[in-house]
Design a binder for this molecule. Structure first.
Ligand SMILES: Cc1cc2nc3c(=O)[nH]c(=O)nc-3n(C[C@H](O)[C@H](O)[C@H](O)COP(=O)(O)OP(=O)(O)OC[C@H]3O[C@@H](n4cnc5c(N)ncnc54)[C@H](O)[C@@H]3O)c2cc1C
Length: 298
């Protein structure tokens, strides 16, 4: 098989790149190691910055987001319990952010790929990149146990930090700058209404906290935690108690507690690959950072 661009990884970066190429009249094939159901079921980020909303509009995949997403004109900064609102829209000449889950974006991009005849190969096993420093690169993989070869002009590595693309780039070409921060994050997702109609970023002497949301009925919260924190030592109640302290009395009074539907503990690092870094991690929440984030954004 031959295409112009072989895209490795069917996350938001790979799928959006495919639509951008499609709009520009460039053919591509996405190779994704997981099943469609698995990718669609992955719960991750939830807030889109203006630049991403604009890109989704540009490629014509914004209809459901416009209908179902929540537009936020601002957010709050809390310092030791006192809250200040930042008028994002007023201060930036009209820019806003959109609460619309990464899972939903991914579904919309997959639907668009299907409708527009853009090939996405799910459950592509053993993807391997060849000749990436030549004019004739190609990618091999197995589908349903049968070996396949995809010839192309370019390979776009959108398979994240742990994917196969990054280690395939010759060492003398790839240069990575990385900063590892001495703290991590505990996150909780729950089907409860948010404590505020906008996001709250809170700076507290006990550490940072973030009150975010996925919708009017699903909330996402984070607290900064030491690197050696064990998630098992933090049952839901302890996380809710800590959030109430760090977010301040007003947010605490409006906070609805409930059982978590997802909990996570994450490390914190930022890395900047130079040259041939691929398109991976172009998701807005991480932008120039690699798969691991500097701070929770949503
Ligand atoms: C558990 C978790 C929770 C997160 N929560 C938040 C959050 O709340 N807020 C926030 O702002 N950000 C969050 N993030 C970060 C955000 O999800 C990422 O920035 C975003 O997914 C990056 O998109 P991407 O397309 O570059 O990579 P990914 O979404 O990682 O997509 C890469 C794709 O490549 C595929 N792949 C990997 N290796 C191969 C291979 N060898 N062959 C073929 N395919 C391969 C993977 O299956 C995947 O589908 C979270 C990340 C994780 C892991």
């Amino acid at each position: 098989m031959r295409t112009q661009v072989a895209i490795v990884g069917g996350g938001p970066a790979g799928l959006l790149l495919q639509q951008l190429l499609h709009v520009a009249g460039i053919e591509s094939v996405v190779l994704e190691q997981r099943s469609r159901a698995y990718v669609e079921g992955r719960i991750r980020a939830g807030v889109l910055e203006q630049v991403t909303v604009d890109l989704l509009e540009k490629v014509g995949v914004a209809e459901r987001m416009r209908r179902e997403g929540l537009v936020h004109d601002g957010f709050a900064l809390a310092v030791d319990g006192e809250t200040f609102r930042i008028d994002l829209k007023g201060l930036t000449g009209g820019k806003t952010v959109m609460v619309y889950g990464q899972t939903e974006v991914t579904k919309d991009l997959m639907d668009a790929a299907g409708e527009r005849g853009c090939p996405v190969v799910f459950e592509a096993e053993g993807v391997a990149l060849h000749g990436v420093d030549t004019d004739r690169p190609f990618v091999t993989y197995r589908k349903d146990g049968v070996g396949q070869r995809l010839d192309c002009d370019f390979v776009a590595g959108c398979d994240g930090y742990h994917g196969v693309s990054r280690p395939s780039i010759p060492g003398d070409v790839l240069k990575t700058y990385e900063k590892v921060y001495p703290f991590g994050w505990l996150g909780i997702l729950a089907d409860v209404p948010p404590c505020d109609h906008e996001l709250i970023y809170s700076n507290h002497e006990r550490g940072f906290a973030l009150a975010s949301m996925r919708s009017n009925t699903r909330s996402r919260y984070y607290i900064q935690a030491p690197l050696d924190t064990n998630l098992d030592d933090w049952p839901d109640d302890r996380i809710w108690d800590e959030l109430a302290i760090r977010l301040g009395p007003k947010a605490a009074a409006n906070m609805t507690r409930g059982p978590s539907i997802e909990r996570a503990s994450r490390r914190c690092a930022a890395s900047w690959p130079s040259r041939c870094g691929g398109a991976g991690c172009s998701w807005p929440a991480t932008r120039r950072t690699s798969c691991r984030r500097l701070a929770p954004r949503a």
